[in-house]
Design a protein around this ligand. Structure first.
Ligand code: NDP
Length: 316
């Protein structure tokens, strides 16, 4: 039989949303327990330098920032645990969650900060340079600045790809956009904006075969035209992938209202409340628009404050 632990506040996930929720909940004496999840530190641990988080005038690396956030959460006695939640039951007043360490947790409040995962093409060369931090990224707003004055390539044809291509076009000398079909998926206005930008070249019917480089950094990409069969090489120092994100919300789908792509819906806009009282959401698990560390941290704060008020209203 699993060990049952009854707590006031469970935080699921350890990106900026989860750790910020933990700092606020711990300082409000809610004795939060935080499970770090499959990727401790979240998506930021795959970024190099973070230059747009206020307060770090000289920038900070993603992993270093997450170490700092974890230390700050622990300073106020958050119980940070390595492991993840495998199953939940949100049908009652007490929210039951099962962890991979064998614990059954009965939590009065739950703050979900499980984030989202960027989708990648899955090519061996793409993953190699991603892991090396050598020029592959899934976030133009985070990493585009490092490629200013250089040539970049971006894959994708949705609103994200168009938005990110446009963002890159302001920094880079040239942006080549690889679209696998002969049309965009993006809304007309976004596609038109990209088409109307002088330094963005759009290659339709084009798929990536390999990300090229010297073993340390990216120097180009080999692409294939799926209509003609022609193969060409495009020089670039940055290779951006913008083919969508998958929110990490599968285990909640029986209880929480999700949108058609799996993002958790806010029950009440302007709050962190879900459709289940006592269950709150923060960060990218509910955000397909902003997806920034600072917005995740902001909603993490909201999650903890809403959880605190929920407990106070119950007389706890
Ligand atoms: P989408 O799912 O809308 O688009 C993904 C794109 O990636 C598609 O064009 C798809 O091609 C392409 N793609 C998928 N897999 C591959 C692959 N293996 N190789 C090459 N291309 C691939 O994701 P987005 O992130 O763009 O958008 C998600 C949601 O967020 C949408 O609802 C969007 O409207 C919204 N959004 C809104 C914004 C705004 O309004 N400002 C900004 C950003 C997002 P194909 O078309 O061939 O399937």
């Amino acid at each position: 039989m699993s060990e049952i632990e009854t707590i006031k506040c469970l935080i699921i996930g350890s990106g900026p949303a989860g750790y910020t929720a933990a700092i606020y909940a711990a300082r409000a004496e809610m004795a939060p327990v935080l499970y770090q999840g499959m990727q401790p530190g979240g998506q930021l641990t795959t970024t190099n330098e973070v230059e747009n988080f206020p307060g770090y005038a000289d920038g900070v690396t993603g992993p270093e920032m997450m170490i700092q956030l974890e230390a700050q959460a622990k300073r106020f006695d958050t119980d940070v645990r390595f492991g993840f939640i495998t199953k939940v039951d949100f049908s009652g007043d007490i929210h039951k969650c099962w962890a991979d360490d064998g614990k059954e947790i009965h939590a009065e409040t739950v703050i979900i900060s499980t984030g989202a995962s960027a989708k990648y093409l899955g090519l061996e060369s793409e993953q190699k340079y991603l892991k090396l931090g050598g020029g592959v990224s899934a976030c133009a707003v985070c990493d585009g600045f490092f490629y200013r004055g250089q040539e970049t390539v971006i894959v994708g044809a949705g609103d994200s790809a168009c938005e990110e291509a446009h963002y890159l076009s302001k920094l880079c000398t040239k942006v080549t956009m690889l679209v696998r079909r002969d049309e965009f998926r993006a809304s007309k206005i976004m596609a038109e904006r990209v088409k109307g930008t002088e330094n963005i070249e759009i290659l339709f019917n084009t798929e990536t075969e390999e990300v090229l480089g010297d073993g340390q950094v990216v120097s180009g990409v080999r692409v294939n035209n799926n209509k003609t069969g022609d193969t060409t090489e495009i020089p670039c120092t940055g290779f951006f992938v913008a083919i969508g994100h998958k929110p990490n919300t599968d285990i909640f789908s029986d209880y929480l209202n999700l949108d058609e792509t799996g993002y958790i819906k806010y029950e009440q806009p302007g709050t962190s409340k879900t459709n289940v009282p006592g269950v709150f959401v923060a960060g990218d698990a509910a955000d397909k628009t902003y997806r920034q560390a600072i917005t995740a941290a902001g909603t993490g704060c909201m999650g903890a404050l809403d959880a605190e008020r929920y407990l106070a209203a119950k007389g706890h």
